[in-house]
Design a protein around this ligand. Structure first.
Ligand SMILES: Cc1cc2nc3c(=O)[nH]c(=O)nc-3n(C[C@H](O)[C@H](O)[C@H](O)COP(=O)(O)OP(=O)(O)OC[C@H]3O[C@@H](n4cnc5c(N)ncnc54)[C@H](O)[C@@H]3O)c2cc1C
Length: 420
């Protein structure tokens, strides 16, 4: 079941996964001398500031994604990059610990998914999702600013937008997890499980460095982590934990004693949303002439969802071009990759559970902090504890590798040495 010249491909959703799908598909098609008609259905206007034009995320791009973009010839324009981030400051009550970028090749940056906060001052900022969509269009995709109401299964998939009907030879589902998937029940698709996050944007205080992310833990009750990310004139606050609401941002700032540093008042809030994050893989996410990618399929747990979207779409589109669009092709060439991501997330769950366990014990915390401080005297490549934390916080190393490093006898011995 191979794609042929003139085949119609519909990509539902023009977030990162949708645009990456078009970029990979059109690049590979060109290499195989194949001409496809690619349409991206995306109703969101990324030029609009605030939640209306934004796919709601903290907006850190990992080094593995930046390398991936380079490999397909996509260069981020300077106005899309809001900050070059070099340091994570781990805040544990009154103590802070700085984790620096392990080496220059592991660059991470912050971006806006839309055009900046809802109540921003000045003209709209450059949107990362908008930039990617333009890239896809420049490569030959057509962008249709329409919401897909339903995709039915007839001879092949048929997209209905309410206004028009589009029979397809191949459908790519890239709708993420923050809206109802438009597939009819005939596809059997079961979306991933999700957890709620809370976010807001405030003005960045003048004293706040533009290259440091701050990560807070423990308070208020139920918080897994809260991060403050500089983005040009603004600071993004993103929380993950149990029972979050829009008010959680205020509770977090109060619980972490950040009111004064941030000069926070209820009027400081410039945006605010409570988006969902994926915490499990989807089920039955491919079939004859269709495949789901990005968050709609499987993503890395908590970190680097955009990087995950790049690599799942690359594997799915390579399958479509090189092996065809049958269920068997996706089962053989795409599903194993997705299973690897899901397996890696289990190591991520274990790492975050261990981290939470350490956070609850002042004694373990002290041992671990001593170990981090002690390794500062060693050459950078021997900063194992810092590397594990950098990898967990930025998502630029597989969880499995970090887990093995964390539970390596040498790392354990090193911790034992700091038992004082
Ligand atoms: C609070 C928070 C913070 C995060 N921080 C980071 C981070 O710092 N770095 C990182 O890499 N990842 C982060 N993520 C994860 C990241 O946001 C996702 O992994 C990423 O957006 C997935 O891309 P996607 O294209 O699959 O889905 P989305 O970005 O959700 O895009 C889906 C697109 O589909 C469109 N769509 C939906 N339904 C339809 C329809 N019926 N018809 C047409 N179009 C439709 C939507 O308008 C949207 O544009 C974060 C997530 C959350 C919730």
């Amino acid at each position: 079941m191979r794609l042929k010249n003139g085949d119609r491909v519909g990509i539902v959703g023009g977030g990162p996964a949708g645009s990456f799908a078009a970029i990979h598909l059109l690049t590979l098609a060109r290499q195989h001398d194949l001409r496809l008609q690619v349409t991206i259905f995306e109703p969101r206007d990324f030029e609009r500031p605030g939640p209306g034009g934004c796919n709601r995320c903290a907006g850190i791009l990992s080094s593995r994604l930046l390398r991936g973009l380079k490999s397909v010839g996509v260069q981020l324009p300077p106005d899309v990059v809001q900050a070059d981030l070099h340091t994570y400051v781990i805040c544990l009550g009154s103590e802070t610990l700085e984790i620096h970028q392990p080496d220059p090749t592991r660059q991470i940056v912050s971006i806006y998914r839309g055009s900046g906060p809802r109540l921003q001052q000045g003209s709209p900022l450059a949107s990362f999702d908008g930039f990617l969509l333009q890239k896809a269009v420049a490569l030959g995709a057509q962008h249709l600013p329409q919401r897909v109401r339903i995709v039915r299964r007839e001879e092949g998939p048929v997209v209905h937008t309410g206004r028009d009907r589009f029979p397809l030879d191949f459908l790519v589902l890239a709708t993420g997890i923050n809206s109802r998937p438009p597939l009819s029940t005939a596809f059997g698709y079961r979306p991933p499980k999700t957890a709620l996050m809370a976010q807001d944007e405030i003005l960045r205080p003048a004293s706040w460095p533009n290259d440091q992310v701050r990560a807070h833990f423990r308070e208020p009750n139920g918080l897994l982590f809260g991060v403050l990310i500089p983005k040009g004139d603004y600071l993004n606050i993103s929380l993950l934990g149990k029972g979050l609401t829009r008010d959680s941002i205020e509770d977090f700032i109060a619980a972490q004693n950040l009111n004064q540093t941030l000069q926070f008042t209820p009027e400081s809030s410039l945006c605010g949303c409570t988006p969902r994050i994926s915490v499990s893989p989807a089920r039955r996410f491919y079939g004859k002439r269709w495949v789901a990618v990005g968050d709609a399929a499987v993503t890395r747990l908590y970190k680097d969802g955009i990087g995950s979207a790049f690599f799942t779409t690359q594997t799915a589109m390579r399958t479509a071009i090189e092996h065809g669009v049958s269920r068997q092709a996706f089962q053989l060439w795409y599903a194993p990759y997705c299973r690897r991501v899901a397996r890696d997330n289990r190591y991520g769950q274990l790492l975050f559970a261990s981290w939470n366990f350490i956070l609850k014990s002042p004694r373990l915390m002290r041992i671990w902090m001593n170990a981090i401080q002690a390794e500062q005297a060693l050459p950078p490549r021997e900063h194992i504890h810092a590397r594990i934390l950098w990898g967990m916080l930025t998502g630029d190393e597989p969880y499995r590798r970090l887990f093995r490093l964390a539970f390596h006898p040498k790392t354990m011995l090193d911790l034992a040495k700091n038992l004082k």
